[in-house]
Design a protein around this ligand. Structure first.
Ligand code: UDP
Length: 328
């Protein structure tokens, strides 16, 4: 009997890669998405497969799935700072009410539930690199609070279901991840820089570019998620690539990769933008025998090829022109 997995946010960047992986592993996959930030193009290659079903549904409403379920992976959420500024209430609801609905479903079905948490639970971290036992430095009422606090609540309610209902749960804290199927115009730094290079625009560095991030290629992340799901560890686990870089250095790498003649220009740093971020992955190494395998050089090349393959219309589609005020 094939195992059956529900993946929420299935039409998004990470969700679609997870659908691919679970189908490859021989599971029956139900993909669920309300298509607010997801795109059916990311999963259209799966629609003809008997092992794939798609439900167009918003998980903040009661979630019903008939038949058995072995696993639930909750990846539905806006995930770019500009997205959650644009739809703050939905961001809070999908992390809070969506998670609650899915935990209820997991309990009903006796399914194991894995939630996508985030390095944002550490806020602008005072501990570096970030270990799972650091409680974070989040501004609850700042612009990023709607995402950060939704994810913190999500961790709390998931742990409560584990403790009080004995539900099998897994919590992954995802650090910056990139790869094919990111939305070119989602506002995040990698698609922003590559999109600017492809359109012949200057690359916009927010602040002085000294802030750091650590970028993980999507295939490595998916491997970490797969291993964590099948492990027996209920506490939060960081999955990310510890290779840390400043945003200014990152802009230089994108300029070299794309061969653009454009220059960098500086814009104001968004409020509460974390100054540094790097995962400590000691726990993932010990528990899961996991570590990233794809170098930034390799991963960026693959991602650049993907962005180059997009249509002219996709390249010039402006999703967020009304939200440029966010960086002022
Ligand atoms: N950033 C930038 N230029 C852009 C978009 C983002 O310099 O066009 C910066 C942003 O201020 C942050 C970093 O790049 O310091 C990563 O931003 P992103 O939105 O990708 O994700 P975050 O890690 O902040 O959630």
């Amino acid at each position: 009997m094939k195992k059956r997995v529900l993946i929420t946010g299935a039409a998004g960047f990470l969700g679609s890669h997870l659908c691919d992986r679970f189908i490859k592993e021989g599971y029956n996959v139900i993909g669920m998405d309300n298509l607010i930030t997801g795109d059916l193009q990311n999963i259209e290659h799966l629609f003809s497969l008997p092992s794939f079903e798609f439900y167009h549904h918003d998980v903040t409403k009661f979630v019903h799935v008939s038949g058995k379920l072995d696993y639930i992976l909750h990846f539905a959420s806006p995930a770019s700072p500009i997205d959650y500024l644009k739809i703050p209430i939905q961001t809070l609801k999908v992390g809070a009410m969506g998670t609650h609905n899915l935990l209820g479903l997991a309990k009903e079905k006796g399914a194991r539930m894995l939630i996508a948490s985030t390095s944002e639970v550490y806020g602008d971290p005072a501990v570096h690199p970030q270990t799972e036992d650091y409680w974070g430095n989040v501004n609850p009422v700042g612009p990023r609070g709607v995402y950060d606090e939704a994810k913190r609540y999500q961790e709390a309610i998931t742990m409560a279901y584990h403790t009080y209902h004995g539900l099998a749960t897994r919590i992954i804290r995802i650090f910056n991840t990139y790869g094919p199927r990111m939305r070119l115009n989602d506002g995040r730094v990698l698609p922003a820089f590559i999109g600017q290079a492809l359109r012949g625009e200057d690359l916009t560095i927010f602040g002085d570019g000294s802030q750091t991030r650590s970028f993980c290629f999507v295939d490595d992340l998916v491997e970490g998620i797969y291993r964590l799901l099948l492990s027996d560890y209920a506490g939060p686990v960081n999955i990310g690539n510890p290779s840390e870089i400043t945003i200014a250095q990152f802009a230089e790498e994108i300029i070299a990769l794309t061969g653009t003649n454009q220059k960098v220009i500086y814009k104001p740093l968004p409020k509460d933008d974390p100054k540094q971020r790097q995962p400590d992955i000691t726990l993932a190494r010990q528990l899961l025998g996991w570590e990233p395998k794809v170098s930034r050089q390799e991963g960026l090349k693959i991602t650049y090829e993907y962005f180059k393959s997009l249509s002219h219309e996709q390249l010039f589609k402006k999703e967020h022109k009304d939200f440029e005020g966010y960086i002022k």
